[in-house]
Ligand binder design. Structure first.
Ligand code: PHE
Length: 451
């Protein structure tokens, strides 16, 4: 695996690329975000439309971004500009790259705060959650995020690790770690699902997640599902495009995208199946929001045999998954600034990471009960405002323009050459990016604004 910014840097193998891309996709979005968004969106209705968005909108966009990155071989901004020029189109198309780079910077600032919570929970898990009841588990979490210092220290630690890895360029060691640790997280999740199935309210979970109640399917739920599917697949923030820039020409982009999307969705669904049986068994509120995973799982870890080891392992692996995503969030701006200034990559990573850390402090202090807990931006807390700006606005719009660009402004012939898919797959993909993606995204948007 690599993270060099030079334009001739490449992944060491197809497998290294897939692992890095899965590492980017699988993260807090799957294990923290998906269950709580599904919980707030009423369960099955959210899940169904989420799956539709992942495979019908997200996957074609994943293919589009990978191919744009591979063709441009630069930062997202540089690649978009270069391709627009090559195609004789306006260089304003580079705005897609800008929106991605800026969006990724905003996301890493709060992502790192939640990553810090995970690190803090590794320490909490080590000392054991034994005998934690539902309300005391909630109390542990709410008092932790209301603390002015500890979450910021954890946020600093998380950002520090991310900067360190991005600065070094990820070679050898991390590639091995990721190839081993991501599957380990998967296995552990399967184990937790089995545990939850035997001890928790599994039947209720299955009907909650998979029997859609269409009365809950509002436009807002659809928009959240759209944003969440993009977020989970790491789309529209330049991350996937940046990873595509390091991709060899002989890698099959279509197949890779299918693997990445399936692995990502598999982990999200497993997380839901592990968490909701505990939520229902202990009478927690499935719509409780961002605390869901931090409140529900510790109750189970406190009760199961070997809970200290399993709980510690779970939060450690979650931290690894979050760090591999955070790396891909820092990478777009680092690659752009080092490309532009020619400055040493380590300095650039440290400076941008530090700036994101400072911005993140506000998200941390803006948690309910904390110093800035009462600050409201259009009715949102500081973290939720950043989350909503990126997930509900920048990502869907970025995705829509990316689809329009590859579908209508890049020539069909050069897309065909770049993707080298068989004829019928190409036709399906082309139809999806030309018509289905822009129309579906625009429909969700327009109805939110006008209805
Ligand atoms: N996909 C990551 C997750 O689910 C977050 C992410 C979003 C990473 C966008 C890169 C770009 O946790």
């Amino acid at each position: 695996m690599l993270m060099a910014s030079s334009s001739n840097a490449q992944w060491s193998s197809r497998w290294a690329f897939i692992m890095a891309a899965v590492g980017s996709a699988v993260g807090l979005g799957n294990i923290w975000g998906f269950p709580y968004e599904a919980g707030q969106g009423g369960g099955g209705a959210f899940v169904l439309i989420y799956l539709f968005f992942v495979f019908v909108i997200g996957m074609p966009l994943l293919i589009a971004e990978l191919s744009l990155g591979r063709r441009g071989r630069m930062s997202p901004i540089g690649s978009m500009k270069k391709i627009a020029e090559e195609e004789g189109k306006s260089t304003l198309w580079q705005l897609i790259g800008w929106s991605g780079v800026i969006g990724a910077f905003i996301v890493i600032s709060f992502y790192s705060v939640v990553g810090g919570w995970v690190l803090a929970y590794v320490v909490k898990a080590l000392s054991g959650f034994s005998g934690l009841a539902a309300d005391s588990s909630a109390e542990v979490f709410t008092s932790f995020i209301a603390d002015p210092y500890l979450p910021i220290i954890s946020h600093a630690a998380f950002m520090g690790i991310t900067i360190f890895i991005v600065a070094k360029g990820v070679e050898g060691g991390l590639e091995k770690a990721v190839t081993f640790l991501m599957p380990a997280l998967f296995v552990l999740l399967v184990g937790l699902v089995i545990y939850s199935a035997f001890t928790g309210a599994f039947a209720q979970t299955l009907s909650f997640l998979f029997a859609p109640d269409f009365s809950k399917l509002t436009l807002n739920v659809a928009l959240n599902a759209l944003g969440q599917s993009f977020f989970s697949l790491s789309l529209a923030l330049g991350s996937i495009m940046t990873y595509g820039a390091y991709l060899k020409r002989d890698v099959n982009i279509g197949k890779s995208a299918a693997i990445i999307a399936s692995a990502d969705t598999g982990v999200a669904v497993l997380a839901g199946l592990a968490i909701f049986p505990i939520v229902f068994a202990y009478g927690l509120n499935p719509g409780a929001g961002g605390g869901l995973v931090f409140i529900s799982l510790p109750i189970a870890f406190g009760q199961m045999p070997g809970g200290v080891v399993i709980g510690t392992l779970f939060f450690s692996l979650l931290a690894v998954a979050a760090i591999t995503s955070a790396i891909s969030l820092l990478e777009p701006s680092v690659s752009y600034v080092s490309e532009k200034t020619g400055k040493d990559r380590r300095k650039v990573a440290a400076t941008i990471g530090f700036a994101a850390f400072i911005l993140g402090i506000f998200s941390s202090l803006g948690q309910s009960g904390n110093i800035l807990g009462d600050v409201s931006i259009f009715g949102y807390s500081i973290m939720d405002a950043k989350d909503s700006l990126t997930k509900n606005w920048m990502m869907p719009l970025g995705g829509m323009f990316t689809a329009l660009f590859v579908g209508w402004f890049v020539s069909r012939k050069s897309m065909m050459e770049e993707l080298a898919m068989n004829d019928s797959s190409f036709k399906i993909w082309y139809f999806l990016v030309r018509f289905v993606c822009p129309v579906a995204i625009a429909a969700v948007f327009i109805s939110i604004v006008f209805l």
